[in-house]
Design a protein around this ligand. Structure first.
Ligand code: HEC
Length: 135
């Protein structure tokens, strides 16, 4: 066997193993997509706010810190909040409405405090919380 043919031979082996790696990479990528699609489903539970609440969210900058799903650096997603209180929505409404009005000290979600919202009244806070919890 000459040096040249050894090189060719090795080259072939390498090509085959590269093809196998690509194949297994594709399989893993597909698996990740399936997993991500599965994880994304519960997030769809919170649909966009009705117009009258969208105005309240905007005026109080709620959307700066909260997304419908997916976290900002600061606050939990509305879909996460809905999931957390899903078992006892009725009891959660007044508690969460109070926290929206007066702020929350970061002990609940452990990331950052929520400041009080100045441009919202009790009825609006309750309506927003009911929408978040999907009542
Ligand atoms: C400056 C950022 C910021 C703004 C603005 C903000 N929030 Fe929050 N919010 C947070 C953070 C941070 C938390 C978690 C607080 C904690 O762990 O106690 C939170 C928590 C919450 C919770 C869950 C409270 C709980 O007890 O689990 C609700 C509901 C909520 N926010 C709604 C709103 C609404 C509605 C508005 C607008 C009227 C708003 N937030 C404005 C940052 C913000």
């Amino acid at each position: 066997m000459t040096a040249r043919s050894r090189l060719d031979y090795t080259g072939n082996i390498d090509n085959q193993s590269t093809a196998r790696e690509e194949q297994s990479m594709r399989t893993r990528t597909t698996a990740l997509f399936v997993l991500a699609a599965g994880l994304a489903l519960p997030a769809a539970a919170v649909s966009p706010p009705p117009a009258e609440l969208a105005g309240v969210l905007k005026a109080n900058n709620c959307t700066t810190c909260h997304l419908l799903s997916g976290r900002t650096v600061v606050g939990p997603a509305y879909s996460e909040i809905a999931a957390r209180y899903a078992d006892d929505k009725a009891a959660a409404v007044p508690v969460l409405a109070e926290r929206v009005l007066k702020g929350s000290d970061a002990k609940i979600w452990g990331q950052a405090p929520m400041p009080p919202s100045a441009k919202i009244n009790a009825a609006e806070a309750e309506a927003v919380v009911k929408w978040i919890l999907g009542l």
